[in-house]
Design a protein around this ligand. Structure first.
Ligand code: CO
Ligand code: CO
Length: 309
């Protein structure tokens, strides 16, 4: 076992031979958009992401489905078609699955991937001085909350759905071509939760720059209106005592940093000497990449949020 569950990493990694390690992960959830095909795409992209966050290549996927008997089966077919489209885009194959009757629909995948055991990117390798980058804008949790309250514009919904259904495959390519010290993907625990897991696993203290964060265009207006998902408060409570906020940090930004993300981007810690190359390769491959902070010193998993402007 190369990576188990002791450091809250994205996936389990099990060494099969000197050349090959298995990456295994499972993820499923309830719909956050009305369109079943788009929901299938988003859930699959989210599940595949944990393999990419370890630097790996997805090979096979299995559907995990909860579906109410009273709903039309065409809805289920659309969800599964959406998922399959993303599995195929990832170059993986669907090998089966399981469906149970349940009040509320849920969908996701169990994914198996492979990686060279010497190239596994875990969340525990961040070093003092490393620069931190993220690859997708924040705010999906706030937008999906606004969708439920019918407060989100069509334009913002389109932008958000596009971001959530986008695979982290090319971001993984950039990361593996250049080489990074640690990575994870930003999902349910929000930017601060996943950054804290990286800081704790790496035994460092991380500083994040609130003013530098990439945000979905228009999401700040929704956050100001108080459209904050309940998960943001749960994440904040969970991180109590581990996050230090310095003066002048905008309250809305902080809410965005605590908010759960669906199928978010990768968070990478890279040696500052390699950062110009990381930026160059990301530009060439059209991967959005934003510098959002730095590993400041050894520690036990604390985050300092600074204004960064
Ligand atoms: Co993850
Ligand atoms: Co996950």
């Amino acid at each position: 076992m190369l990576v188990g569950f002791e450091h809250a990493d994205d996936a389990g990694v099990f060494k099969l031979s000197e050349q090959t390690a298995l990456i295994q992960t499972v993820d499923f959830f309830t719909p956050m958009v009305d369109d079943p095909y788009l929901f299938g795409q988003i859930a699959a992209a989210n599940a595949l992401s944990d393999v990419y966050a370890m630097g790996g290549e997805p090979l096979t996927a299995m559907n995990i489905v909860c579906f109410p008997e009273c709903l039309d089966v065409s809805v289920l077919q659309a969800i599964i078609r959406g998922g399959l489209a993303k599995i195929e885009e990832a170059g993986a194959v669907l090998v089966g699955g399981h469906t149970v009757d349940d009040q509320e629909p849920k969908y996701g995948l169990s994914v198996t991937g492979v990686i060279d055991p010497g190239k596994v990117v875990s969340n525990r390798g961040a070093k003092v001085g490393d620069l931190l980058y993220m690859t997708k804008p924040l705010g999906t949790g706030i937008v999906t909350t606004a969708i439920k309250g019918e407060m989100a514009s069509e334009e913002l919904i389109d932008l958000t759905v596009h971001s959530m259904s986008q695979l982290n495959k090319t971001a993984r390519d950039v990361m593996m071509e250049v080489g990074v010290n640690a990575a994870t993907d930003i999902t349910g625990f929000g930017l601060l939760g996943h950054a804290m897991e990286m800081a704790a696993a790496s035994q460092v203290q991380i500083e994040l720059w609130a003013g530098k964060l990439p945000l979905l265009n228009g999401v700040e207006d929704l956050a100001v209106m108080g459209l904050i998902p309940a998960g943001a408060y749960a994440n904040r409570d969970h991180l109590q005592g581990r996050v230090e906020v310095t003066g002048g940090v905008d309250r809305t930004r902080l809410d965005l940093m605590y908010s759960p993300e669906t199928s978010g981007g990768l968070l990478m810690a890279v040696d500052p000497e390699r950062s110009p190359e990381l930026e160059r390769v990301a530009r060439n491959k059209a991967v959005g990449l934003t510098l959002i902070g730095q590993v400041k010193k050894a520690g036990s998993g604390h985050i300092r949020v600074a204004r960064g402007e």
